[in-house]
Design a binder for this molecule. Structure first.
Ligand code: UN1
Length: 499
């Protein structure tokens, strides 16, 4: 019998009201990892009601006390890092070292947000009138709904849960249907850390009906969503109609620019890591290399060479470089783009097919794929593939490269390799993505800086860290205290004050 997992509502582990469950499988082996509740609108409603009941007390709990619980949770994540990492590889597929990094990112975020419990800076500014005090504080929103992806099943939820909690919100979390067991294990940690019942609630299940019910519920004030563009757009439209705040982190089509003066070995390492790490299933993964003429041929050959040597396999094995894709649909999608690339006339250098040899036949594997002679306008160079598929594009010079970089409908991450400091600074100024790397690949954000992007990547919010994440989960409240004891009119009585 497969182990069965439960929703967490009002501090209790409960099945879906319908009793229905769905299965989570290991994408490398097909093994059953567990079964979780297939929640529907009534489960979501119970979770939202529990969160609404818990809100008054939680918002009045002093932030430093809230932060102690967050700190304890982050400590527990650290203690369980190895076990959580192994489970992460089993349920989601990424290689163990990367799975441990995913878990570590949650420790980092927890520690960072625990610190916010004694900060949560507001504003204190002079008033234009005498004997008057002017300040602004952050208020929690109330019940917030978070919907998270499978590719960073611990890190990305931590970017939302920790800041939401420290600022005094209560939450309902709907994790991706591919990684429900990890979500349960993460929530158990908050329970053990002493989070009061109802403050964090978990409902597992599918986008429709569970995620949809969360978006629709009138008591949910914010939807924070990380996932595909298509679903993000639907959520944004619905939230606009319902008058809700929505924070979106959607796709990417990230590029690494390599100029003639770059250290090519360094660039090669960054390209291989950014394109094929996590099997290309990061929002920040590099799916384009934009290279200037003198180094184009050499770089393309070296990339193809290295990509061909990457070993596919189960992420728990130390010999594996690249794990499986999340499911069969993902394999089909990546292969579809191989067909598109061929059809568009790009040159396939390596890969372009499923990995089916030996044990790979039990999982969802796709060989690291590299296309050369890709034109910036091709679909291969414009659309998010979310897999191990890399397009090499030639640019005339740095200006052309930056123009190509900025010409896609995404703007998450970009990188440039150059040994010329002037060019590096020009790129820092002119590249229009939310994250820019100099002489490093497109992946590897840290929690103390904002994470998010421009254009189709989001809607202007930043999560993942840095002080701006607090803006997602709070309302500003400006407070004026007049202690003059008489009527003082702003903008009007100020003239008489100037001598
Ligand atoms: C994501 O792909 O959704 O910069 C998150 C990185 C990681 C986070 C990626 N720190 O690749």
């Amino acid at each position: 019998m497969a182990q069965e997992y439960f929703n967490y509502i009002d501090g209790k582990w409960v099945a879906a009201a319908s009793g229905k469950t769905f299965a989570s499988h290991n994408p490398a082996t097909g093994e059953l990892v567990g079964r979780a509740p297939e929640s529907e609108a009534q489960d979501v409603a119970r979770a939202v009601e529990a969160a609404a009941r818990a809100f008054e007390k939680w918002r009045k709990t002093p932030a430093p006390r809230r932060a102690e619980i967050i700190h304890a949770a982050a400590d527990l994540v650290r203690t369980r890092k190895q076990a959580l990492g192994e489970l992460l590889t089993r349920e989601m597929g990424k290689v163990l070292s990367e799975a441990l990094g995913d878990v570590q990112e949650a420790v980092d975020m927890g520690m960072y947000m625990a610190g916010e419990g004694r900060r949560l800076n507001g504003l204190l500014v002079p008033s234009e009138l005498p004997n008057k005090w002017a300040m602004a504080v952050r208020d929690p929103l109330g019940v917030v709904g978070i919907i998270t992806p499978w590719n960073f099943p611990i890190a990305v939820p931590s970017w939302k849960i920790f800041p939401a909690l420290v600022t005094g919100n209560t939450l309902v979390w709907k994790p991706a249907e591919d990684t429900p067991v990890l979500a349960v294990e993460f929530v158990k940690i908050f329970e053990e850390a002493g989070l009061p019942p109802g403050v964090l609630n978990l409902v597992t299940g599918y986008g429709v009906p569970a995620g949809e019910a969360l978006v629709e519920h009138p008591q949910v004030k914010l939807i924070s969503f990380t996932g595909s563009n298509e679903i993000g757009k639907t959520i944004a439209i619905r939230c606009a109609q319902l008058g809700k705040r929505v924070s979106l982190e959607l796709g990417g089509k990230n590029a690494i620019i390599v100029l003639d003066d770059a250290d090519l070995d360094l660039a090669l390492d960054g390209i291989i890591w950014s394109a094929f790490g996590t099997s290309g299933q990061r929002c920040t993964a590099a799916s384009r290399v934009i290279v200037t003429p003198n180094v184009h041929t050499k770089l393309a050959e070296s990339i193809a060479d290295r990509a061909a040597k990457l070993r596919l396999g189960n992420g728990l094995l130390p010999t594996t470089d690249v794990g499986p894709l999340i499911n069969q649909d993902a394999v089909t999608k990546v292969h579809h783009y191989t067909d598109i690339g061929r059809g568009e006339g790009a040159a396939l250098l390596v890969g372009g097919e499923r990995g089916t040899e030996g044990d790979l036949a039990h999982g969802h594997f796709y060989k690291p794929t590299v296309f050369d002679r890709v034109l910036p306008t091709m679909r291969l160079a414009q659309e998010e593939i979310f897999g191990p598929s890399l397009a090499i594009i030639r640019a005339r010079d740095i200006d052309d490269a930056i123009r190509i970089n900025n010409s896609v409908n995404f703007g998450l991450s970009a990188s440039i390799y150059t040994s010329n400091v002037n060019k590096a600074f020009a790129a820092m100024r002119d590249v229009t993505t939310g994250i820019v790397y100099i002489n490093a690949g497109t992946i590897g954000s840290e929690v103390q800086l904002p994470f998010g992007g421009t254009r189709g990547t989001g809607n202007g919010h930043r999560e993942g860290g840095g002080p701006p994440v607090l803006d997602v989960f709070t309302e500003w409240k400006s407070i004026y205290v007049d202690y003059s004891g008489r009527l003082q009119r702003a903008q009007i009585d100020t003239d008489s004050l100037v001598q």
